[in-house]
Design a protein around this ligand. Structure first.
Ligand SMILES: Cc1cc2nc3c(=O)[nH]c(=O)nc-3n(C[C@H](O)[C@H](O)[C@H](O)COP(=O)(O)OP(=O)(O)OC[C@H]3O[C@@H](n4cnc5c(N)ncnc54)[C@H](O)[C@@H]3O)c2cc1C
Length: 506
């Protein structure tokens, strides 16, 4: 008798796990997670991702042990690890979720497919989000998303393991070269994912509308599910269905709560909408979505600007405070992520790829499909989105009017008089006050207005180029959303916030 091998990747759960459910229906199973040394050498990997996975695997293993099995950890490259397992005990079927990952995982999946063909192993892959492999046209996408989200969740009825688990509990050590594990990041595992969903649906989502843009309120008002979705501790379908059920259970007068949940559901669409872009065109991880923007910034990369950004030394208090918060917690809200990238792309004129590599290691919830699409969108290289240039001073005035956020994360700002908090360099007494404390006056590393004006000019010049204009339709056809009808029903402020997040030209 043979067995089915279930290969866990970024799907670290047991409930609504299509690969595990199908394997369990077909016969005995063996569950594996493979630590791939080459994958962890990629520039977008950080220690925080590994540790989050380790915590999630720990919870998964504990659960599988209650069912009589465990998750086996194997270390090595694929498909060599599969060969090793196969020689130890041949299996006839391999089960996994489809992964829209980085270039490395894309190439590795091709090798695994070849290996399966050669050895005669049948590889069954399952969609885990509303992302469609080999999608013919974007027009079909909204219906496919809805079908996936409305279909029943999968639970395990019987699960037979191929052999009893080893006595020793899961032992997983991070590769020693990995760096960066923020002290205050979220911890991994399905149990915490469920608790986070519960607190969001039942309490925190009341503050979602109106609370998600300020970095002060966002840590509570946002769902904080992104890392759990990125590593699959909870399924997207579970989240969508639980949210819809909560909305139905609300009394008619709970308008604010309902509106928050409705706005949240649209973000869940966006999650898959953005990943679909990378699924349909994996090259956007490296090259501009619209080739008309090639060469715009690539050859002028200013290493000093980049270092100042990474070290929270740009001189814009809001930007530097965000970098410090991100470094400490592994998370930032959408608006502040967009502002960081916008500052990098416009006044600092940095190409999105190195900035994106750095941010990938900073974001605990790094999800390649969302990440690279957003990096390009906020940098103006998609060709189909409005150029949205966030002014770091205005963002501070709008979203941190009392300066609580800036003072919390940038201790040196605690002594700056309130009226100069967001532009301390304008304070006529700054030199004297800072000299007393033996510090330099904080000022932006570039002239904000002049640098932004020049950046906009250069981008708009490209945009006006007839060839660039002509190339736009191909990008729209491949990547643009087809969900405009929903927007008509939204109030104007919701529509504006949505437009800002999606950034489409209307
Ligand atoms: C430059 C940049 C890079 C980003 N990189 C990532 C990333 O690597 N991984 C990631 O999950 N999100 C990314 N985002 C989107 C967004 O900032 C995060 O999803 C959000 O801040 C996560 O917090 P939350 O789960 O509390 O969000 P909520 O507001 O509660 O949203 C719920 C879920 O919807 C999805 N979502 C929310 N906003 C967006 C959006 N604008 N685009 C696509 N999906 C969205 C996420 O899955 C999120 O978990 C990025 C945004 C920008 C501007």
């Amino acid at each position: 008798m043979t067995y089915g091998l279930v290969w866990f990747k970024r799907d670290l759960r047991w409930h609504d796990h299509a690969a595990l459910t199908q394997a369990a229906r077909d016969g005995p199973v063996r569950c594996v997670y493979v630590v791939e040394p080459q994958l962890w050498l990629q520039a977008d990997c950080a220690l925080q991702h590994f540790e989050f996975i380790r915590e999630s695997l720990q919870v998964l293993d504990t659960h599988l042990r209650t069912l009589g099995g465990c998750i086996e950890i194997h270390t090595g490259e694929l498909p060599e690890v599969l060969t090793r397992i196969w020689h130890e005990a041949p299996f006839s079927r391999l089960y996994s979720h489809e992964e829209t990952g980085n270039g490395f995982t894309y190439a590795r999946d091709l090798k695994v497919a070849d290996w399966c063909k050669t050895t005669g192993v049948q590889w069954q892959e399952f969609a885990q989000f509303g992302v469609v492999r080999r999608l013919k046209t974007r027009k079909l996408w909204p219906r496919a998303w809805e079908q996936h989200m409305a279909s029943p969740q999968l639970s395990l009825s019987t699960l037979t393991f191929w052999f009893s688990p080893a006595q020793q509990a899961l032992n997983l050590r991070a590769p020693t070269h990995l760096r960066h594990d923020p002290p205050r990041r979220q911890r991994g595992g399905r149990l915490l994912a469920l608790a986070t969903l519960h607190s969001f649906l039942n309490a925190r989502s009341i503050g979602y509308r109106g609370g998600i843009s300020s970095p002060l309120s966002a840590p509570d008002a946002c769902s904080r599910l992104s890392a759990y979705l990125a590593f699959g501790c909870i399924s997207m379908r579970e989240v969508v269905q639980a949210t819809r059920a909560k909305m139905e259970s609300l009394p008619p007068q709970a308008n604010r709560h309902r509106a928050g949940l409705s706005a949240f559901i649209s973000r869940l669409h966006w999650h898959c909408h953005f990943i679909q872009k990378l699924e349909s065109e994996p090259e956007i991880e490296w090259r501009n979505m619209h080739p008309g923007y090639d060469g715009l910034r690539e050859n002028e990369f200013n290493q000093q600007h980049f270092q100042a950004l990474q070290n929270a030394e740009t001189g814009w208090p809001m930007v530097d405070a965000c970098v410090i918060m991100l470094n400490e917690t592994g998370w930032l809200n959408f608006r502040m992520r967009a502002m960081l990238v916008s500052v990098a792309a416009y006044p600092l004129w940095l190409h999105w790829r190195p900035v994106g590599e750095w941010l990938a290691t900073q974001f605990l919830d790094y999800e390649p499909g969302i990440h690279w699409s957003q990096l390009q969108m906020q940098s103006g290289t998609t060709g189909i989105n409005t150029t949205r240039v966030y002014n770091a001073i205005k963002q501070a005035q709008d979203h941190d009017p009392q300066g609580h956020f800036v003072k919390r994360w940038l201790p040196r700002m605690r002594h700056v008089p309130h009226e100069w908090l967001f532009e301390p360099w304008l304070n006529p007494l700054a030199e004297i006050q800072n000299a007393k404390a033996d510090r330099e006056v904080m000022r932006p590393i570039v002239d904000t207005q002049a640098a932004t004006r020049l950046a906009k000019q250069r981008l708009h010049e490209r945009r006006r180029d007839p060839e660039v204009k002509a190339g736009k339709m191909a990008v729209v056809e491949k990547h643009a959303s087809r969900q405009n009808s929903n927007r008509k029903r939204k109030t104007s402020s919701e529509a504006i916030e949505s437009q800002k997040q999606m950034g489409f030209d209307f």
